[in-house]
Design a protein around this ligand. Structure first.
Ligand code: PLP
Length: 405
């Protein structure tokens, strides 16, 4: 079909990995805490006690989702702060050096690199190279023993990647870390995974786990870090001593209540929703690879994809520029994304695709369509309808594709 310009079409929102709508139950539960219930949870009066109770009640579903106890949940302002607290909190407490996978979200990658840490390679499908990790840990241990380098004190590998959806073998990685760097603490960023896979089971032995509200049907600006007993963690925010001194600052009561409701809804609906969303993603993907020059990024040359989130359809479209494709899709009512968006709204080249060894030409036409709890067949049909025309139109003007062929 023609890609129309200027007429606002119905929205097909396929950018749930960037932010998914808050569930109505979440919004409803938050409202009293935004209006009539303004008490500070530290207050020694009825309003304060009510707020305190609401915060403590919200800990339970969050803890169940992350596989820890309520007392081990530290509420933060989001996934970024949870990741920052994990990396910098451990390094500030015990010193040493951090390692993380080369495809971590910037919220982990940047603090690790900033503190002089190292990145662990992944394979072409985005799976962490466990042999390389073991060798890097052994080399660092040998250097530390001879006084030539810092000890590795933190290893961070995400449960699932936010761009391509690859699920990492977190339990196996934790085992490698335990064998090759027994005193290192492991952290996992479960921000993208928590709504879709059983993080409590997958990260059962991992002492630090990050969560974000707006990726699981909760509000923005709230998140959590699970901190198991025995982890030495220095606070990043000092002050009133909230969260048992791990994170000072007056609690975001409405956000915490919303996060608790969102976590409970995930626990109730996750399995069924993952199956139905996965089926829609597979249908979308099958249609897209039917377009000439479109390939599934994590399944190079038609190989089987790795274990991955049911929500993410990441493809490379040859002969198009993804920013131009996003523009045409947006115009046709399809909200999608390319690499990670930076704060300015521009797309920057993807360190994830580079680490996977995706060629610059393929990465140039990369497209992420991410599904979520509101996605329906109409949205999928819309993408399937508009993509061929959008791709064909861009290829007409693409100099580099005609040069290649
Ligand atoms: N970690 C991952 C894997 C993410 O995808 C994101 C956000 O996209 C974050 C961390 C940051 O979370 P927040 O937006 O809550 O700060």
């Amino acid at each position: 079909m023609e890609v129309t310009v200027g007429v606002p079409p119905p929205e097909a929102y396929l950018d749930h990995a960037a932010s998914t709508p808050a569930r109505p139950e979440v919004v409803e539960a938050m409202l009293p805490w935004l209006a009539g219930q303004w008490g500070n949870p530290t207050g020694a009066h009825a309003r304060g006690r009510a707020a305190r109770r609401a915060v403590d009640e919200a800990r339970e579903p969050v803890a169940e989702l992350l596989g820890c106890s309520g007392g081990e949940v530290v509420f933060t302002s989001g996934g970024t702060e949870a990741d920052d607290l994990a990396v910098n909190g451990v390094l500030d407490a015990v010193g040493g050096m951090a390692m993380c996978s080369a495809i971590e979200h910037h919220a982990v990658l940047d603090p690790v690199v900033h503190r002089g840490g190292m990145t662990v390679p992944v394979d072409r499908r985005g799976v962490v190279d466990c042999e390389a990790l073991a060798a890097m840990l052994d080399a660092a241990a040998a250097a530390a023993a001879s006084g030539d380098g810092p000890e590795v004190t933190l290893v961070s590998v995400m449960v699932a990647n936010n761009e391509v959806g690859t699920i990492e073998p977190v339990a196996h990685i934790a085992d490698v870390v335990a064998r090759h760097a027994p005193s290192a603490v492991m952290h996992t960023d479960a921000v993208q995974a928590a709504a879709w896979v059983d993080v409590a089971a997958m990260a059962a032995g991992v002492p630090l786990v990050s969560l974000s509200g707006h990726k699981i049907g909760g509000p923005k600006g709230i998140g959590a870090l699970a901190v198991r007993p025995g982890v030495a963690l220095a606070p990043r925010l000092r002050g009133g001593g909230q969260e048992r001194g791990r994170r000072s600052g007056t609690h975001n009561v409405a956000g915490i209540v919303g996060l608790g409701v969102a976590a409970r809804l995930v626990l109730e609906h996750r399995a069924g929703l993952a199956a139905s969303v996965g089926a829609m993603r597979d249908r979308l993907e099958a249609a897209l690879v039917g377009i000439d020059g479109v390939s599934v990024t994590v399944a190079p040359d038609g190989t089987a994809p790795p274990e991955r989130l049911p929500t993410i359809c990441h493809v490379c479209v040859s002969g198009v520029d993804s920013e131009a494709l996003l523009f045409l899709l947006d115009d046709a009512g399809v909200a999608a994304s390319a690499a990670s968006s930076c704060a300015s709204g521009a797309t920057e080249s993807s360190h994830v695709l580079a680490a996977m060894g995706v060629s610059g030409a393929d990465a140039r036409g990369s497209l992420r369509l991410s599904l979520g709890w509101t996605t329906d067949d109409t949205a999928i049909d819309r993408v399937i309808e508009v993509m061929p025309a959008a791709v064909a139109r861009l290829r007409l003007f693409d100099v580099s594709s005609s040069e290649r062929s």
